[in-house]
Design a protein around this ligand. Structure first.
Ligand code: PFF
Length: 492
């Protein structure tokens, strides 16, 4: 069988929008404000900016250079670097795929909240409503046998939407959706931030961001937190930038592009957090709840604290509420399709399955796995998946990529590729960062992640983590061992 025609972006704009869309996600909206607040407020911007330049942009550049140079899928790239590395590619892709299965579920919860927000159907106690009426969460793991129909339906809708987008041709699907959703997302965020600044008490909130705690800078954990946020927020190591860059036509400007993407992503999260903090400031002033009790992250912020805020906001909440949840939906969808694209690309390239069929199979399998999270024990299992995959497996993937491209692959080739296609040039410093600084920082984060995950783990979570570990070892080996149906696959 012969290889299919390779996809290519029809404009630099489509590529940029898809890249920014992949990076801007739930992490920007609900993770960043909390990380910022708990790590010194204003002074956190120093480790954050250092991490952005030194580590974030540096690593995105590796992914760009590799994707652009090889113009192949991750599995095939690692095979080309060294045959023995192919299982690592499938390991990374499996981590990304498993992350997507629960990320979709959270976007599904958000879909439910879009509907609830028009009438503030969560009532006077959003906390209880979320646990009992939305998640139908059970205390024990036996809840895994009880399906929660509304959550299952919303998860299905998100998988279906993702399938509709990725099964299409690259530019019709991911390109057009990103070009449409990203500007809409920005407009909504501007409206929310502008409105939030008019609320009484807004300044109580946003001054927290700008009030620095300089002593935090001496704390290693603050630096690790900044680095962790950059890894999460820029979706590092998830084969996204590599995949998207491999679709670039000749003549693209790589470094300039990477810098713009990284700035847009960080600009988005900083700007958005001004709105989040202003709204929380309003809540503190109107309800008397101390500010530090309101600043949570993740689902607690979106599905509990924000509904509480909307309850005190009056009629404006009927507009701001839905806008807030729509904003999460748009940010989530563009990230989901990016996460899936790299996975589909490797499968379709190795097994010569056409784009549409690969998307269908991947989405069906993904939906089946996601049903676990649509059960009574779903949110508990989701938390375990998240802790294990993000704190442990994903960082391990980033570390492996750094070592492979920094040490095994001819790194100077990457420097050459980038410099031949950019106005901004890279050199020795970049090499030092990738070979030494980045692996050391990731190792620090990784050890910290393992320690926290293990100290919080109970019997059930240890069992689930063990199962995940076995799956993450066995499945990649099987995929790597399976013979490629694409005969060109083995051309190095
Ligand atoms: N960068 C995106 C976000 O901040 O939500 C996408 C993403 C990152 C998804 C990390 C999943 C993940 F584990």
């Amino acid at each position: 069988m012969t290889e299919q025609k390779k996809s290519e972006w029809n404009s630099n704009l489509a590529f940029m929008m898809a890249m920014i869309g992949s990076a801007v996600g739930l992490g920007n909206i609900w993770r960043f404000p909390n990380v910022l607040y708990s790590n010194g407020g204003g002074s956190f911007m120093i480790p954050y900016i250092v991490s952005l330049f030194l580590l974030g942009i540096s690593f995105v550049l590796v992914e760009y250079a590799v994707g652009y140079k090889f113009k192949k899928s991750l599995a095939r790239i690692l095979y080309s670097v060294n045959k023995k590395l192919e299982p690592i590619a499938w390991f990374i892709l499996l981590v990304v795929f498993l992350i997507t299965t629960y990320y979709v579920c959270v976007v599904g919860w958000d879909l439910i909240y879009i509907c609830l927000s028009f009438t503030k159907a969560w009532g006077a106690n959003p906390d209880l409503y979320f646990t009992n009426n939305v998640l139908h969460a059970t205390d024990s793991i036996s809840g895994i046998f009880t399906i929660v129909p509304t959550v299952l339906l919303s998860v299905f809708v998100i998988w279906f939407l993702a399938w509709l987008i990725i099964k299409r041709d690259l530019n019709d699907g991911i390109g057009n959706v990103s070009k449409t959703l990203l500007p809409l997302l920005c407009i909504i965020v501007v409206i929310i931030v502008a409105f939030s600044l008019t609320l009484p008490g807004a300044s109580v909130g946003y001054t927290q961001i700008f009030t620095p705690d300089w002593s935090a800078l001496g704390n290693l954990n603050v630096w690790l937190a900044a680095f962790g946020q950059i890894v999460f927020s820029l979706s590092l190591g998830m084969a996204i930038a590599m995949t998207y860059a491999s679709y670039l036509p000749e003549g693209a400007k790589l470094v300039d592009n990477a810098v713009m993407v990284a700035f847009s992503n960080s600009g988005f999260e900083v700007f958005n957090s001004i709105g989040i903090f202003s709204i929380l400031g309003f809540m503190t002033v109107t309800s008397g709840i101390p500010f530090n009790e309101l600043v949570t992250s993740g689902t607690g912020l979106a599905f509990v604290v924000f509904p509480q805020v909307f309850n005190t906001m009056g009629p404006a909440a009927h507009i701001i509420g839905p806008l807030f949840f729509i904003c999460i939906l748009f940010a989530g969808i563009t990230s989901v399709i990016a996460l899936l694209e790299g996975v589909c690309y490797s499968i379709s390239e190795k097994f010569l399955i056409e784009r549409k069929k690969t998307a269908t199979v991947v989405c069906i399998v993904g939906f089946c796995i996601s049903t676990i999270f649509a059960t009574g024990a779903g949110s508990t299992i989701l938390g375990i998946f998240d802790a294990f995959l993000n704190n442990f497996a994903l960082l391990f993937a980033v570390l492996l990529e750094c070592l492979i491209f920094g040490w095994i692959y001819k790194f100077d080739d990457l420097i050459e590729t980038l410099n031949a296609h950019s106005n901004i040039k890279v050199g020795k410093t970049w090499k030092i960062v990738i070979k030494y600084i980045l692996p050391i920082c990731i190792l620090g984060l990784w050890i910290q992640g393992i320690l926290t995950t293990m100290s919080e783990a109970n019997g059930v979570s240890k069992t689930i983590m063990l199962i995940l570990s076995i799956v993450l070892i066995v499945v990649p080996i099987i995929f790597a061992k399976m013979p490629a149906l694409n005969k060109n696959y083995y051309d190095v």
